[in-house]
Design a protein around this ligand. Structure first.
Ligand code: UDX
Length: 438
């Protein structure tokens, strides 16, 4: 099948490459000529394990092309809208400029009985609004919402072997054809047993934000318990293990620490609150305000722990190594990164901060050029008064505290992700502190 992917950012580039891997002929369209050139050369414009291989394979077989010209999408049977929906500068609401622009640029080029499938995370009601616009221009075309649940770092796996497929389809004559076309697109995952749910469009839009809200709530719940552990002398990691063994709760997404960041969870819960307010249903998601503030409080608590570990030495002028800049491991993404935010807070209080990260230094440097960066852990920790582990990369979990001991000015470590083995670090002579633990 010929498929177009409009918007080749994170979601679109992965989706385009995965569609080609499933055997479809794919054209990826993006307004950014630089990104199109990178993708055409088989290079992923961001760090994502497995993506460069897929791009190379698809490029070699000729099943994928990238262009800035939306005309090239004209004869595709299915058009996936994969543009970003960032938080607006002036409010919590989602900025739909890119969705609307991509949709309108596509409209005049749609072929007979084309299917437009939205993938971007949008406020509920967006799909029905676009469908109304579509029916005025191309009554034979149909519009569905088909949300994506991919995690950075696992994006290829999550796209090729998703937990579930959700089709939000129209309730008119176009419904059957829309379902059949999507089934044809996803024939391989469906054949391999992926559950598929067919819903109306608003439900499909809500599924995505509800899932992300639930995940954010789970993280803030355990971080709220961490706050209690801190004042009562408990250990949140043991608490998470114990409650997580209840199958109804589950241990996943109960890792207490610096909290959630990235390009999805923070902006999605805020956009959900803004949309609920527009619909006069804000009390239904009022709890998300609390989820957001618990999450942000962890960052300031991390600063407090750092001050505490310095044991009387003033934070101003103290040398601090920050290990981690990405919002989570296996990613070079620094959007709303808790790690980078803590580094900035320390810098704002005149600490001499040096940041390192296995993948995210270039992006961090662009976002926070006033901070100092190091290319390795050894360089970052050289002569510092405290080491902060703020993103739980495998290489940081596996650090040898004995080896680092000789490099620092004072062996003090603050574990912002409960990622290190406290006993090993203490046995090697370090003062160890962590969020939510005695
Ligand atoms: C998330 C959703 O998981 C995904 O389904 C959706 O499509 C997009 O948003 P992603 O942003 O890639 O994916 O990251 P995720 O792995 O969910 O982590 C989000 C944040 O939560 C990270 O900052 C991570 O460090 C933090 N987190 C996660 C915790 O603090 N504790 C946990 O137990 C789990």
């Amino acid at each position: 099948m010929k498929i177009s992917v409009i918007g080749c950012g994170y979601l679109g580039a992965v989706h385009a490459a995965c569609m080609a891997t499933l055997g479809h002929d794919v054209v990826g369209v993006d307004v950014d000529a630089g990104r199109v050139a990178e993708l055409t050369a088989g290079r992923a414009p961001f760090y994502e394990p497995g993506l460069p291989d897929l791009l190379a394979e698809a490029g070699a077989t000729g099943r994928i092309t990238f262009t800035t010209d939306v005309m090239a999408a004209a004869d595709a049977a299915v058009h996936f809208l994969c543009v970003g929906t960032p938080q607006r500068a002036d409010s919590y609401a989602a900025d739909l400029t890119y969705v609307d622009a991509a949709f309108r640029s596509l409209l005049p080029h749609l072929g007979p009985e084309a299917l437009v499938a939205g993938k971007s995370t949008v406020p509920v009601g967006t799909a029905d609004r676009l469908a109304a616009e579509l029916s005025g221009v191309r009554p034979d075309a149909a519009l569905v919402w088909n949300p994506e649940f991919l995690r950075e770092g696992f994006a290829v796996q999550d796209t090729l072997r998703p937990d579930r497929l959700v089709y939000g389809v129209p309730d008119d004559d176009a419904r059957g054809r829309a379902v059949d076309l999507l089934d044809e697109v996803y024939a391989t995952p469906i054949a391999e047993g992926t559950p598929r749910l067919v819903t109306d469009r608003p439900t499909a839009e809500l599924v995505k934000v509800a899932a992300n809200s639930f995940l954010a709530t789970k993280i803030s719940f355990i971080n709220a318990m961490a706050e209690l552990c801190e004042v009562a002398g408990g250990d949140v990691t043991q608490l998470a293990d114990a409650i997580g063994l209840d199958e109804r709760i589950g241990r996943r997404f109960l890792n207490a620490g610096l909290g959630f960041g990235g390009g999805c969870l923070p902006k999605d819960i805020r956009a959900f609150m803004a949309r609920a307010e527009e619909l006069h249903a804000d009390p239904a998601v009022g709890f998300l305000r609390e989820v957001d503030s618990i999450n942000l409080r962890r960052r300031e608590r991390m600063v407090d722990l750092t001050v505490g570990v310095l044991d009387g030495r003033p934070l101003a002028g103290a040398r601090i190594a920050v290990l981690g800049a990405a919002f989570k491991p296996d990613s070079d993404d620094v959007r709303d990164s808790p790690a980078l935010d803590v580094a900035e807070r320390l810098h704002a209080r005149s600490a001499r901060v040096v940041v390192t990260d296995p993948q995210a230094v270039a992006n961090a440097r662009r976002k926070a050029p006033h901070l100092r960066y190091a290319d390795s852990v050894e360089e970052a920790v050289d002569g510092v008064d405290a080491v902060l582990v703020l993103t739980e990369w495998r290489e940081y979990r596996d650090l040898d505290p004995g080896k680092l001991f000789g490099l620092v000015a004072a062996p003090r470590v603050v574990d912002g992700r409960n990622a290190l083995d406290a006993d090993t670090w203490r046995a090697a002579g370090w003062v160890y502190r962590a969020l939510g633990r005695p």
